[in-house]
Design a protein around this ligand. Structure first.
Ligand code: NDP
Length: 295
């Protein structure tokens, strides 16, 4: 058997076209352009690339964007001032702080400074808290896990009662993914670097979300026949045959996994484009909430 490949790029293109249409309609209704403000401290090349991609995606769908880039030795107070200025800027509806921050900056302090109504990354502790609690809804859900949920929905995956295994417990992927799958009534197991018998735990998954940052760690023989596999991992590995000298692979060994899974995402072209799309969607949502629309 060879799995159905879930093409995140195609789904993202379709959703982005819809967002562009909605942005245009929003501008027509209110004369307001949805705006995203980004703060990036330091010169991490991967972060710089993500910020460029976010800016380009905003342009593509008609969202106004502003990026504040500061160097890695910028004091915390200055970073906080930039966040507060974006909170107060009437042309900006969504604010995000590109992670990771330099080591001398307190991430909790900075993320907590983002206005709740502008927290389009969904990383404010109150938004994560609301995501964790029964009967509460956060204003925004973090982009990568909500992109994974859209992929699962697009593939028609039944989550109610399914055994879901999540590899990774980070604040930005593993933890919110866990909370979303619990809300969707899956039975969720979370694995991390201390998990014993990892391959055996993974073999119980009807739905596997891999977000560990370890190139091709999950092999085909870890995967239950017919499981759904969403690969969040984005790992750079040497590839002398490519012009760049490297290639990007996921946390899942695709050639062996595709033979046993029923549905699988590719890296690149799977979760990555969905992450950007959900950020655009959250920014539009923030603008709509700003004018009092029900969303
Ligand atoms: P983190 O490094 O923050 O977290 C990694 C998690 O994996 C941790 O919980 C860690 O455990 C666990 N882990 C690490 N090694 C192992 C191992 N050998 N066995 C079991 N668990 C392990 O990573 P992120 O969550 O930020 O990102 C994960 C991956 O997803 C990365 O490749 C990243 O580039 C990618 N990513 C992709 C995005 C996209 O849009 N496609 C967006 C965000 C991330 P412990 O907690 O014990 O340390």
């Amino acid at each position: 058997m060879s799995a159905q490949i879930l093409n995140g790029q195609d789904i993202a293109d379709r959703l982005q076209a819809q967002i562009a249409h909605e942005v245009e309609a929003f501008k027509g209704r209110y004369g307001i352009v949805p705006g995203l403000g980004v703060v990036m401290a330091g010169d991490n090349p991967a972060s710089a690339q993500y910020v460029r991609m976010k800016r380009k995606a905003c342009e593509k769908v008609g969202i106004h964007s502003v990026t504040h880039l500061v160097n890695s030795s910028t004091p915390q107070d200055e970073v906080l001032s930039l966040v507060r200025a974006l909170n107060d800027d009437p042309l900006i509806h969504g604010v995000l702080v590109q992670l990771p921050l330099p080591a001398h900056i307190d991430e909790v302090a900075v993320l907590s400074a983002v206005g709740l109504e502008k927290d389009v990354d969904g990383f404010h502790p109150l938004n994560i808290g609301a995501l964790a609690m029964k009967g509460r809804e956060p204003s925004f859900v973090p982009a990568t896990p909500s992109g994974c949920m859209v992929l699962l929905r697009e593939a028609g995956v039944e989550l109610d009662g399914a055994n879901a295994v999540i590899l990774g417990r980070s604040n930005i992927v593993g933890l919110p993914m866990t909370l979303l799958l619990m809300k969707a009534n899956a039975t969720v197991t979370v694995c991390h670097s201390r998990t014993r018998g990892l391959a055996d735990v993974v073999r119980r998954a009807d739905v596997l979300i891999a977000a560990v940052g370890r190139a091709e760690m999950v092999r085909g023989d870890w995967i239950k026949h017919g499981a759904v596999v969403i690969d969040v991992g984005t790992n750079k590995v040497d590839d002398p045959s490519s012009d760049k000298g490297y290639k990007i692979v996921g946390d899942v060994h695709f050639p062996s996994a595709v033979e046993v899974a029923s549905v699988i995402t590719k890296v690149p072209g799977g979760v990555g484009p969905m992450t950007i799309t959900m950020l655009l969607s959250n920014t539009l949502k923030a603008a709509r909430q700003h004018v009092g629309e029900k969303v």
